[in-house]
Design a protein around this ligand. Sequence first.
Ligand SMILES: Nc1ncnc2c1ncn2[C@@H]1O[C@H](COP(=O)(O)OP(=O)(O)OP(=O)(O)O)[C@@H](O)[C@H]1O
Ligand SMILES: [Mg+2]
Length: 240
Amino acid sequence: MNGAATLLTAERISAGYGKITILHDVNLHVEAGEIVGVIGPNGAGKSTAFKTIVGLVRPRRGRVVFNGEDITGLRPDRVLRRGLAYVPQGRIVFPQMTVLENLEMGAYLERDRGRMRAALERVYALFPVLAERRSQRAGTMSGGEQQMVAIARALMTSPRLLLLDEPSLGLSPRFVSLIFDKLVEMKGAGLTLMLVEQNATRALAIADRGYVLELGRNRFEGAGARLLADPDVKRLYLGG
Ligand SMILES: Nc1ncnc2c1ncn2[C@@H]1O[C@H](COP(=O)(O)OP(=O)(O)OP(=O)(O)O)[C@@H](O)[C@H]1O
Ligand SMILES: [Mg+2]
């Protein structure tokens, strides 16, 4: 591992809920500039892994290092402040608020109006439809548009690393393609991304590296293209 370029390391994470341990010694790392895909069956612990990294679940063992700093067990707002943003599963927006108000909520850490405007211009450039719909209530937008709002809101903090949990879940094929295109565009703009996806083939196709989690453990990892071509990964996780 190249220490200088490593943005995130989750080292031997064990975590769970109540008495139940879900993650067992899970290791994940993200290098600056990468897209990393995390796949695996329902209940594998993918969302739990992301929640543990961003401080929503406290690990029982192991540590999380972001940007050279130990962030294990830090509160989610502190993690966000350090430049690690998170888009939870289920495209959560503030439905009664307009698109612009949702984006302003995302920028609540930013006190500087100029930098906030700049962040807004960047997300509008990435998602022009959100500029057109800035005054529309988020709850009245289509599922795909709401996912764009959720992603754009996370981008308002100008993060170094963005974690996305199932960004394409439940979207029509057109919006699935659009979201994947946007992830590649964000990478092109210099952002580092890690995503969980049920749409495993597409996720690995855009990923520099990928991980397969199963039953709360690391099962496979490697370059996206290598995982896509791996007969076992194909048979077990890519539907043939
Ligand atoms: N808040 C919670 N309390 C108790 N158990 C939970 C909680 N959240 C998740 N679990 C359990 O942890 C396990 C892993 O769930 P998790 O959501 O991390 O899996 P996942 O890989 O993201 O699955 P999916 O693909 O369905 O989103 C599941 O057995 C789930 O029931
Ligand atoms: Mg999940």
